[in-house]
Design a protein around this ligand. Sequence first.
Ligand SMILES: Cc1ncc(COP(=O)(O)O)c(C=O)c1O
Length: 368
Amino acid sequence: MFDVILTVPMNDLSRGIERDRSLLQSVVDSVFDSGHVVMGPQHDAFQVELARYLGVTSAVGVASGTDALELAIKAAMPAGRGTVLTAANAGGYSSIAARRAGYHVRYADVDKDTLCVNEDTITRGLADDVGVVVVTHLYGHLTDIRQLVEVCHSRGVRVVEDCAQAIGARRDSQAAGSFGDLGAISFYPTKNLGALGDGGAIVTNDQEFAARVAQLRQYGWESKYRVTVPGGVNSRLDELQAGFLRAKLPSLDLVNDRRRAIIQRYAEAAAGGPMTILPADGEHHVGHLAVARMADRSRGRAELSKRGVATDVHFPVLDYQQPGLKGDECFLPVSEKATEEVFSLPCFAELTDDEIEFVCDAIRSLAS
Ligand SMILES: Cc1ncc(COP(=O)(O)O)c(C=O)c1O
């Protein structure tokens, strides 16, 4: 069907930058004109606009998603506890953040369909030393955590949502990041709302947590040069990134729609074949990654690659199997099986219709 041999990449940031060039350039100009480079008017306005978009009372800009997790965990950890319970299949970010905060990490298995933790797996992992549960809304799927949050709260445990892959996902009009005590967001350039560099934010409906993370991101200062909270760091969202994010925020819902639609096309193409696509079939999923599952993953990836379709694996190693993250012995059967079978297909809003069809053709060819 395609005479010209295409290669479809996993991502291509240059397309969005080229399309938005004049908008982004005007942000650069206004930051230069303002003379503010950190914590200035762009940053302040972005915090307000992000909080409004998510329906929360506070958003605090920080320098990355990993910093957002670290500071949210630090703010949330109840006195006398020191363990974070989280998933092991989500790229290691929560583990790294929790360790940087000085806490022990333990892992819970994931749901076999969503590959995210659920009430059951978390309840099995709760123990007296657990003070914070980090729920990663993996691949863009906003896990229904209302019950999970209740169970945690009844045991004095706080819940941090990792929304790095799920910004804009909603259940009953409520946004990811507003179900737990705090939400952590990444604006890494490939995220659904991506900066042109690093950036992150912590969101919450709790004024005390908001004040605490606002102190923690700037040395633990209560006011200039007065450190009243231990564990402070330097993690600020700069003016250029805040300005770029403000310019892109109004189109986030459209971006999420497009990503969802791409995944639905892949799912239709895969129907009846050897590969399944994790569904992204409602506003609770923002299609951050198009994730396929196939028992013979190597064959699937090799065939797609031969046909010019790039793939990747999110994520290839469980946290407790990473040499640099080793901790307690652990065996999580659902996570282990999924880690051997999942791989990701190209999914970004700037994919052309022809490219999507090209990927669908390659998917269909796996069935023959
Ligand atoms: C699920 C998840 N959590 C946290 C992060 C960390 O974000 P950052 O790269 O901005 O530190 C990422 C992405 O990189 C992520 O995918």
